[in-house]
Design a protein around this ligand. Structure first.
Ligand code: ATR
Length: 283
């Protein structure tokens, strides 16, 4: 139920129809009895600027930003956090008395999800992917003090560019390689954390994995950002060899929780958010 004091939060992106953010956030509003409403708005590229102005004019408390606007949004904001500016992308905006401030909670969300299973400091990590999601995670792994970070990507030039950028900005040891079995073999055998930040394994390609199962070993913590399906072939095969796993819903919930902290200064109960997400995913 909304009333005259209801605070508006929303998601802008395109496509947005399969987003789990509304159920996740609405579950918290209900649980904590918060007078807020989370709306999903499909915004095409050419309407981004007008939409942002409109949300400001309507005194929207804050919004999430998703594909394809995470980078383009930056120039329409009044301020951007240091973290989001380093990553070059924003997924959360807070409206503070007409000042729009941009944040990035994707990287923090991934780190918090990983930290449920492992420390990061000093650990050797391999990150698969070099797109927007990988970028946020790469900087955060480095800032958390990963011992070494190797970025593996189908287009190796993108992995090399990201690896050298992370090294220059954080000083940690980085390397890059192609997504090829012979190149991955030694690196994975020496790694303690493996994160898939590509869309490989996502519905409808539910039998695909970015990493051959023969390369997985029990000394790894394996995280997949794909949450649909919840158990990707990568996670299933990791479990089969005795590795610890972190699913994409964990990251989704943590990044959502970080957004709620920014907007409302609350500590949302994570289990309520996860339950709401799983109810939809398991349907
Ligand atoms: P996002 O913002 O979700 O990270 P993106 O920026 O388009 O999306 O990045 C997608 C990532 O998934 C890239 O690392 C991409 O590899 P390329 O840089 O070589 O394109 C990776 N990716 C997508 N489909 C893939 C596939 N079938 N095999 C391997 N990597 C794939």
């Amino acid at each position: 139920m909304t009333d005259n004091d209801t605070k508006l939060l929303c998601l802008i992106g395109d496509p947005v129809e399969h987003s789990l953010s509304p159920v996740m956030h609405s579950a918290i509003f209900e649980k904590l009895d918060l007078d807020c409403f989370y709306l999903v708005l499909r915004v095409e590229r050419e309407w981004l600027e007008a939409s942002v102005k409109g949300l400001k004019a309507l005194d929207c408390l804050g919004f999430n930003v998703t594909i394809p606007h995470k980078v383009a949004i930056v120039e329409h904001l009044d301020e951007v956090s240091e973290e989001a500016s380093t990553i070059g992308a924003v997924n959360t905006v807070k409206n503070e008395d007409g000042i729009l401030k941009g944040f990035n909670t994707d990287g923090t969300g991934a780190i918090k999800a990983l930290e449920e299973k492992t420390k990061i400091k000093g650990k050797r990590a391999i990150l698969v992917g070099a797109g927007g999601a990988a970028r946020a995670i790469a900087f955060h792994l480095a800032l958390e003090g990963a011992g070494k970070l190797v970025i593996a990507n189908r287009t190796v030039e993108k992995a090399q560019a990201l690896a050298s950028e992370v090294k220059d900005m954080t000083g940690i040891e980085t390397d890059a390689c192609a997504l090829k079995e012979d190149e991955l073999k030694k690196i994975i055998s020496e790694s303690e954390i493996l994160v898939n930040a590509t869309s490989v394994g996502m519905h409808p390609d539910v039998d695909k994995t970015p990493i051959p199962k023969t390369l997985l070993h029990p000394g790894l913590v394996v995280m997949d950002i794909v949450y649909n399906p919840l158990e990707t072939p990568l996670l299933r095969e990791a479990k089969n060899v005795g590795a610890k796993t972190v699913d994409g819903a964990a990251m989704l919930v943590h990044q959502g929780a970080e957004s709620l902290k920014i907007w409302l200064s609350i500590e949302p109960p994570l289990e309520v958010m996860r339950k709401a997400v799983l109810e939809v995913l398991e349907k």
